[in-house]
Design a protein around this ligand. Sequence first.
Ligand code: ATP
Ligand code: MG
Length: 531
Amino acid sequence: MTLKQTPMKAKQAEFKDKEKPAQIRSSNIVAAKAVADAIKTSLGPRGMDKMIQDSKGEVTITNDGATILKQMKVLHPAAKMLVELSKAQDAEAGDGTTSVVILAGALLEASQKLLSRGIHPSRISDALLHFSTYALTVLEDMAIPVDLSDRNALLHSATTALNSKVVHEHCGLLAPMAVDAVCRLVDPAKDTNVDLNDIKIVKKLGETVEDSKLIDGIIFTQKTEAFGGPNKMEKAKIGLIQFCISPPKTDMDNTVIVRDYSAMDRILREERQYILNITKKIKAAGCNVLLVQKSILRTGVSDLALHLLAKQKIMVVKDIEREDIEFVCKAIGCRPVASLDHFTPEVLGTAELAEEIRAGSSKLVMVTGVQNPGRAVSILLRGSNRQVLEEAERSMHDALCVIRCLVKKRFLVPGGGAPEAELAVKVSSYGQTLQGMDAYCFRVFAEALEVIPSILAENAGLSPISTVTELRSRHAKGETNAGINVRKGWISNIVEENVLQPLLVTSSAVTLAAECVRSILKIDDIVHVIN
Ligand SMILES: Nc1ncnc2c1ncn2[C@@H]1O[C@H](COP(=O)(O)OP(=O)(O)OP(=O)(O)O)[C@@H](O)[C@H]1O
Ligand SMILES: [Mg+2]
């Protein structure tokens, strides 16, 4: 009896062991694919936008894949991996965050098909690694070298990135702004990267996106202090102080009791003298525009100080955030001063003009014509409502990232689904040279790549099947640059249409998507922690 039961139990255990990983894998794939499906309608210039409402009722309208996914309430851990994937693409390339997720979704579907044919997940994962390495070589072969002095090429790639955004009708203004901003920061001969923190985007509600501008200098969202002082200064000598111009405070909280008027007068006189002394030293250094860092311990500039500075015709902008100090110094070419003794003429930055301007219902301070500018620029974005303004900022970020990609890796590939179609053809023919399981895997991966042109066509109202078939046949004939001309609704040489995108965007999308799918395939259990 006992002897009979033992093999039964062993059989059951073995059965369960095999079923569970398959179930987990399948549920992971289904959940991750659902994320990809959720954003596929927003791919391409004719893609739709999403309206996101958060728990406070705030509404965001966007087309940016990373933004949509970031705000989506995703519960399944595998689905969260796709959210992370789009974040990774955002950090690496800045653009292509929708494509990468769609591509991962398609590769997952392909893997599911391969799994159902009984191929072991490790074999699929190895084939995926092989596939992504091969895909990179194909992309590099078809890439067009670009020179950073070729302004038109940069403009075209920025325009391609902006094409699919809510603010696409303003790409004639935003694309040159992005190109100029990055070009001012880089030295094409030696730079291989740009720090986008050196480009400050200032958003101000009011007017329209058309009124946005690139400023060779800096913008402060604060207004000048109105104590009768100047609010426009030509030939500005700008000083940035990190100390306070207000009565000093003791370290501990104490109370001073003043019993008679003469003592009170004396205190007031002392205070006035103390502050006058500081302001005089500032004036003596030749400063006529004073920037004051925000202080949390005590008042940065007291009213009396403001009054005295105004009398000496010094324009004051206070509450400069601590984290902005580095940028301000770079943009103006001044040095931050932490103590009055170091406030000398050498620490001042010089600019043609510092003036307060009116922007809608509020005011801004703009410093232009900086003489020894470090490498920093500002972009003033305007928009008639918060949603448009925020989307304009996100779109600008994508455009800047695209130009940064070109600084990092100076190659372009055609857009409009051309690289994916070319990859599909090449991967499939390369697969035929492989042996065994890999050959089959490559065929399935090649089909998966066609998801991008297919969705681009679908979103543009074209027939996905006939468009992809035609695209495939033209690429098979050697037309590397044949892509979907979304605006005209047919397939043409997309390079002639100037739809170009950085190689880095496409290559990192393929590598990151393959990497993500490999890690999802390797998961065979989800472990829940007790607490
Ligand atoms: N004028 C155009 N004609 C054809 N295809 C275009 C055109 N402009 C852009 N595309 C294509 O649209 C796709 C990009 O779409 P979209 O910008 O919506 O998504 P993404 O770049 O993947 O993600 P995101 O911009 O949200 O980070 C690319 O494949 C690109 O080649
Ligand atoms: Mg894009």
